[in-house]
Write a protein that binds this ligand. Structure first.
Ligand SMILES: *Cc1c(COP(=O)(O)O)cnc(C)c1O
Length: 368
């Protein structure tokens, strides 16, 4: 069976270094907000090109804390509208509703699955205060377009970069092209911890300062609380592990891109639609390689029978979820079609060439 993602094999690559990193934290006797978190924050800030990085407990919290931070700074308030792609993972939308803002869902560009200019303008009202582009599947949204629109209407730009560690379009790097960005280090992400983890990156000094306080009970000085905060910190152990894996992230991404290139050049079947991307750019880090089929259940069953595990990201669009009954009446034909047709193929830095061969050969034989 070719696994969709072999996490054990991914982490086994770094086994010795990870064990050493964990041992150092254990031996240090300091387990929360210590040296490992500070070091990782510095390294990850540098990696993204952002001025600040603040480690938090997970990717959802990263997004919530950015929004809370802007509320504390008076740049956002409850009831404000935030534009978000309708085809995102639920967490982007959860963050907006958690802080009492209103998610305004818009269709993505069907070719890229991403937010684009033509989908923005018609949705901006006097209540709109922010745009949350999502670098879905690891592909960078065209931030120059988003930033120009934001500038024109005086909006904040908050990137959901949970799937896009290292995506780079000519120096426009995920995490440093908007006002702030949220990252996830969930184990399956391109930079994955051995548990939960997340981070905020930003060039905004005031936002960095307030989220540092918010993640730690709203307290700068122990037992002195200046704002109503939460407990959402990146663990020392996870930070130490992430620091090991960060060194290899670009190499791992290159492996993903090589597999994606093989899929894109060698899969050829009229029943399968391949993702559109530019081989020569580094703006796609292939967290997921997503194909489309108008008979997905049949294709997925066929692949399963032939020993290839696939996953659907995501089967139900947010506006059709039970948790969002107030959005259930809305209709987003592009988003709904995407959710019905997408299928994610196995892709990871530890996939063997023979496995890639097998996936290609099996897909080319589909329906024949
Ligand atoms: C994974 C993910 C998140 C949430 O991250 P967690 O660490 O799981 O909370 C948010 N947005 C997107 C697009 C994601 O893929």
């Amino acid at each position: 069976m070719i696994k969709f993602l072999d996490l054990q094999k991914i982490n086994a690559q770094y086994e010795t270094e990870i064990h050493q990193a964990i041992k150092e934290v254990v031996d240090s006797g300091w387990y929360i907000l210590g040296k490992s978190v500070t070091t990782f924050e510095q390294n990850f800030a540098q990696y993204t090109g952002a001025k600040h990085c603040i480690g938090v407990a997970n990717g959802l919290d990263a997004l919530i804390l950015i929004l809370n931070g802007y509320i504390e700074l008076g740049k956002l308030k409850q009831g404000d509208e935030i534009i978000v792609p309708a085809n995102t993972f639920i967490a982007t939308i959860l963050a907006i509703s958690k802080v009492g803002c209103t998610p305004v869902l818009v269709e993505p560009d069907e070719a890229t699955f991403l937010l684009s200019e033509k989908n923005l303008e018609g949705h901006i009202t006097t209540k709109t205060k922010a745009i949350m582009p999502v670098h879905l599947y690891g592909q960078l949204v065209d931030m120059s377009v988003i930033n120009a629109c934001a500038k024109k209407h005086n909006l904040l730009v908050i990137e959901d970069a949970a799937q896009a560690h290292g995506a780079n379009d000519n120096g426009n790097i995920a995490g440093s092209s908007g006002d702030a960005a949220g990252f996830s280090f969930y184990p399956g992400k391109n930079l994955g911890a051995l548990g939960d983890g997340g981070a905020i990156t930003t060039n905004d000094d005031a936002l960095a300062a307030i989220v540092r306080v918010l993640r730690n009970y709203g307290s700068e000085k122990k037992y002195h609380n200046k704002v109503v905060g939460v407990n959402s910190r990146l663990d020392e152990i996870q930070a130490a592990i992430l620091d090991v894996k960060l060194k290899y992230l670009d190499r791992d991404t290159e492996k993903r891109r090589q597999i994606a290139k093989r899929y894109s050049t060698e899969i050829s079947n009229p029943k399968i639609q391949l993702p559109q991307w530019d081989f020569d750019k580094k703006n796609h880090v292939f967290h997921l390689y997503v194909i489309r089929s108008n008979n997905r259940p049949d294709l997925q069953a066929y692949l399963e029978q032939n020993g290839i595990q696939t996953i659907v990201h995501y089967p139900i669009p947010p506006h059709q979820q039970k948790a969002y009954q107030t959005l259930n009446h809305l209709s987003f034909p592009i988003t709904e079609r995407i959710h019905k047709e997408v299928l994610s193929l196995p892709i990871s830095p530890v996939m063997e060439q023979e496995e890639v061969d097998m996936v290609i050969k099996t897909l080319n034989g589909y329906g024949k």
